[in-house]
Structures are given as C-alpha cells and as structure tokens.
Write a protein that binds this ligand. Structure first.
Ligand SMILES: *[C@@H]1O[C@H](CO)[C@@H](O)[C@H](O)[C@H]1NC(C)=O
Ligand SMILES: *[C@@H]1O[C@H](CO)[C@@H](O)[C@H](O)[C@H]1NC(C)=O
Ligand SMILES: *[C@@H]1O[C@H](CO)[C@@H](O)[C@H](O)[C@H]1NC(C)=O
Length: 406
C-alpha cells in the first residue's frame, strides 16, 4: 500500500511539475477545476480503501490461523503439549507494529519528554491472541515460558485494544492453568515506565506463582504497553481482561476507570487547573466620606496576582466560586457604609451606626460565582472608617474556592 501511495504521489508530482514549467497560476486552478485530476484522485482514494479492506481480511485470516495452529502442534507428551509459541512469535500473526505520532491520539504527547524514537508507546509488538482473554476457559494449555519475549507488547483482542486484569483471575482461564494478572494496577501517563508485580492464581491462592515483575507504560489514547518476560514456570500465561475492551473506546479526554476492577467505564477527565487565588489587603489610614474605590495598598497576600494594589480592584483570573470579605471600623458617631461592588453591582454592605465616642467594627462576607475577568472592589458610600497602619481594621480579601466552567 505504501509503495502504491508513493507511486501515486510521484505521478501527481510529475503532473504538477509539468504544469509548473508552463504557468504557475494554472497549477492552482487545476486543483479546483480540472475534472480529470479530481477523478484521478477519486480513483486513488478508492484504491486505498479497497487495500485497507484487504488488509483487514488478511488480519482476520492470520487470527484464525493463530487460533488453529496450537491444536495442530499438540503432542501427547505433557512437556510438549504447550504449543511452540516461539515459532508463532516470529510467524506472521505477530507483525511488529509501529505507530507514528498523530495516528493514535499521540497528539499532546509533547509533554512526554522521552525520545519518541525509543518510546515503547510507538514501538511494540502486537499480541492479539483471543485465547488470552479472561473469559476463555481452557481447552488447550499455553505457557508463556516458551516464548522468547523481546521488547514491548501491546495486548489486543480480535483487533481491539485490551488490558491485563488488575485482579485475580480464576484458574484454568486465559488459555492456561495459572492466569497471570497485574498487581498494583496500571500506571498513569505521567508515571512513565513503572515496574509491576505479576501473580499467577493456583490452588485458591491468587499469588501462588510470583512471576518476575514486568514493566508497564500508559500511552496517549488509552492503551498500555507491557515489557513481558518469561514467567517462572509452566503453565503460566499473561491474561487479557475481556472487561477492559470498553477502555479502547474511551475518548482522548476520558480515562478508563473501575472501582472493583471488574466493571470498567470511560469517565471524563477532571479539568486540572492549578488555580491558587488568595488575597488579603488593608487600608492603612482613616477614610472620610465617599470614596469610589478604596485602594487597599497594604497587601499581605496576593497569591495568583489577581488583586491590583494600585487600583484596589480584584479581577477574577478563572471562572469559579469565590468568597470575599471586607471590614470597617466606624471612626466617629454616625453611619458608615462600605459596599462590595461586583461587576459594578453593589452586592453587599458592611454597615455600622454608633453614637458618641463608641466605636464598632463590622465584617461582611460574600460568596459568588464569577466569570473569568469579573471585577470586585470595595466602595465607601458614607461615613468614617478608622484605621492606622497597624490596626488592619479596613480590610479586603478573598479566595477562589473552586474552578468551574460557566
Ligand atoms: C519451536 O520452534 C523453533 C523454530 O521453529 C524451533 O527451533 C524450536 O526447537 C521449537 N521448540 C519446541 C519446544 O518445539
Ligand atoms: C468472550 O467475550 C467476548 C467479548 O464479549 C465475546 O465476543 C466472546 O465470545 C467471549 N468468549 C467466550 C469463550 O465466552
Ligand atoms: C454590621 O453590618 C451588618 C450588615 O450591614 C448590619 O446589619 C449590622 O447592624 C452591622 N453591625 C453593627 C454593629 O453595626
């Protein structure tokens, strides 16, 4: 298929090179108007489609072959009953398979700074053997000890991506006597390559066989690669958990999760925003009469830099739920009103009324959902607020409680 593509492109290249010589503007028009060229392309696409189909059919045939082979090679002597996986391995049913970036949700793997040329997520051997499934009860007995394991493997079940079981599997399943399962669960992408224990269930002991540990890596696109090694004994075989077939259908923005390690489902990834927004500022002197925006210039905390000490205005850096507080201390008889102003609306008051030489403090709080960019400040509408640089009685502060899309 690849060589055909190259040929086709070579033809196209020749066409355009010819026209190039004559008139460049014609070349551009040719792509839009020239009917024969369009038809040519249509034929090419059709050809590619049918090749794809052929490939799928061939894969199915290979699958059937790999299913049938073990029975053929069965011998009466017990040690040889295990089929010769070594020859199967190098045979046609396990094509070494490499993916290039962009083909399978590789986008965004840029955060992974490992060298892609060596990344096992793109360089693995396909292991698509239906008998490894957890719902396959044994008719034949395989032993992964006779496999010459080399490099990394990705598990498939009839062409669909599948994972190792994360819990004990009943004996005599997975086409073997003691099924091998992954202890400690699969890693996350950010964990990179991890080492995990592998256990084989036998005689009501989920880990009677402590097989050598294997390496596992999570890849973009909800699949895993395993660096399988020879198990310690026969007959042990690595399992493919049929219940995880659903995981192959998860979208890029989803993870496959399971509480009981039996039922698996796709779940949307939580938006992880590192949003720490907290501020606390005070006005270090007394305020008399009407002040449109109190410029709290003594800033104690300004995590996230959302509060502007020059203007006294807080601007929400994320959409989410916010809590604010503001206070005053009345400095003389009469009424003092401070208002919290959100997006130019007066939403909460800190009010105090004292007679004579009394003095009273008043603290108000307010909680609200804000869109990103919303503004919040405090205004003194009337009265007298008392403070010194040490008293911190005229204060304004707040926190982002949670990020939330609105
Ligand atoms: C398995 O097959 C390979 C290659 O055909 C051969 O060299 C080897 O002896 C076989 N092993 C067994 C146990 O039959
Ligand atoms: C195992 O499960 C798969 C997927 O649900 C199913 O197609 C297959 O028939 C099952 N195999 C057996 C032996 O039950
Ligand atoms: C504090 O402010 C609240 C809200 O405006 C008001 O109801 C209360 O009377 C005030 N407390 C004092 C002691 O003035």
């Amino acid at each position: 298929m690849l060589s055909l593509c190259i040929q086709v492109f070579a033809v196209l290249a020749v066409c355009s090179a010819d026209t190039d010589k004559r008139d460049i503007s014609y070349t551009f028009r040719a792509w839009n108007i020239d009917q024969p060229l369009k038809e040519q392309l249509a034929v090419v696409y059709k050809e590619m489609e049918s090749l794809k189909h052929e490939q799928a059919v061939m894969k199915q045939k290979q699958e059937a072959l790999s299913q049938a082979l073990p029975y053929c090679s069965q011998k009466p002597i017990d040690t040889d009953v295990e089929m010769n996986l070594t020859s199967l391995q190098t045979g046609s049913s396990h094509l070494p398979y490499t993916l290039t970036q962009g083909e399978d949700g590789a986008e965004g793997s840029g955060e992974d700074d490992s060298d892609e040329a060596l990344d096992p997520c793109f360089h693995y051997t396909v292991l698509d053997q239906a008998w490894r499934a957890t719902n396959y009860s044994t008719k034949k007995v395989s032993c992964d000890r006779s496999v010459q394991w080399k490099g990394w493997y990705r598990l498939f079940y009839r062409g669909k991506t599948i994972q190792m079981p994360e819990r004990c599997v009943k004996k005599e399943m997975c086409g073997t006597h003691a099924p091998l399962w992954l202890v400690g669960g699969h890693p996350r992408i950010r964990d990179g390559v991890v080492t995990r224990k592998v256990c084989g269930n036998w005689r009501n002991n989920c880990c009677l066989f402590k097989s050598p540990p294997i390496q596992v890596k999570a890849c973009q696109g909800n699949y895993y690669v395993y660096k399988f090694v020879r198990p310690e004994a026969c007959h042990l075989a690595y399992c493919a958990d049929i219940n995880t077939l659903v995981c192959g259908k998860c979208k890029k923005s989803e993870s496959c999760i399971s509480r009981d390690k039996i039922t698996w489902m796709c779940k949307k990834n939580k938006m992880r925003v590192k949003a720490n927004v907290h501020f606390f500022a005070t006005y270090p002197a007394s305020i008399s009469g009407k002040v449109n925006t109190i410029v709290y210039r003594k800033v104690y905390v300004n995590q996230g830099e959302a509060f502007n000490a020059r203007t006294g205005v807080f601007r929400a850096p994320f959409s989410g739920v916010y809590q604010f507080f503001f206070s005053t201390q009345t400095g003389g008889s009469g009424t003092t009103d401070l208002w919290l102003v959100v997006n130019n609306y007066w939403v909460a008051v800190s009010h105090s009324n004292v007679q004579g030489s009394n003095s009273v403090g008043n603290l108000s709080t307010y909680m609200t959902t804000l869109r990103k960019g919303a503004t919040v400040y405090v205004t003194q509408n009337r009265g007298r607020s008392w403070a010194t640089s040490a008293s911190n009685t005229i204060a304004f502060g707040g926190s982002l409680l949670m990020v939330r899309k609105i």
